[in-house]
Design a protein around this ligand. Structure first.
Ligand SMILES: [Zn+2]
Ligand SMILES: [Zn+2]
Length: 163
């Protein structure tokens, strides 16, 4: 048994050489991206542009439409949950950081912010009783009161006291 084990790497290389097979190629990596655009229902967009059949009541298929007009499908993860359930975010111009997976247009959201009057704003949910931040709407983990949406300017210039 021991002999077989020791020989096996040689055996594999031998087989590869004989068969002319290349060693397995590396798995393609997801691509990190920063997208600017809006949340849209992809089904409705395809209906508008390409007459895809659409039921009046349908589960929305949410995705991002970038400024350049490219579409990405949103994966429903906890960090993206707010983009699915809070329609107020559908009205905003967003900057979304995330990952696109090889051979797909699937987007995993890592973080997002809004652009308002040309200024980047942090978007998050907040309980001002417990001072707890949340990534999606719902009830505060601590006091169970509903958290509120905060859109806060990241332009810190205005908050720095002048010397
Ligand atoms: Zn829809
Ligand atoms: Zn609370």
């Amino acid at each position: 048994m021991r002999n077989v084990k020791r020989l096996s790497p040689f055996f594999i290389i031998l087989v590869l050489l004989i068969s002319g097979a290349k060693p397995p190629t590396e798995k393609p990596e997801p691509k990190e991206v920063e997208l600017r655009g809006n949340i849209v229902c992809l089904a409705e967009e395809m209906h508008t542009h390409y007459n895809v059949e659409l039921f009046k009541t349908h589960p929305h298929l949410y995705g991002v439409k970038t400024e350049a007009g490219k579409y990405y499908t949103l994966l429903r993860t906890s960090l993206a949950e707010a983009l699915f359930v809070d329609e107020r975010l559908h009205e905003k111009d967003l900057i979304i950081n995330g990952r696109i997976f090889p051979n797909t247009q699937l987007l995993e959201v890592i973080r997002f912010a809004s652009i308002k009057d040309g200024v980047v704003h942090a978007l998050y949910y907040y309980c001002d009783t417990c001072y707890i931040r949340a990534v999606a709407p719902g009830n505060c983990d601590c006091c169970q009161a509903p958290v509120v949406l905060i859109e806060k300017s990241l332009n810190v210039d205005s908050t720095i006291p002048s010397p």
